[in-house]
Design a protein around this ligand. Sequence first.
Ligand SMILES: [Zn+2]
Length: 121
Amino acid sequence: MDERVIEPQDQKIALWRGVKGRCPRCGVGKLFRIYISQNTECSECHEDLSQLRADDAPPWLTIFITGHIVVPLIVEFARYEVFAEWIETSIVLLISFLCVYLILPRAKGLFLAGLWWQSKH
Ligand SMILES: [Zn+2]
């Protein structure tokens, strides 16, 4: 075990490291290789990450948050006809894509860090 590793003393610290895509144990190594492809081991502290399985929780959280952003927008567009239909559709699709792209890796990091914390405490 590396002596320089500062393990989180608080679950919030571990979860925040996960949201940032960092190893929940050391906060330095990357949790993901590419986008949401999970590393099996931390490159810095060599913590085994292969047993952590977030399964459907990250997509669930991503859809939950994205839905709360996009659905009110769709309702407003339907009610007031602000722009031409093709523009409204384009805006909704762009915001949906951006929400999923930005939220999914952070949600996966959050759940992986939570699972890591539960396995250690
Ligand atoms: Zn690490």
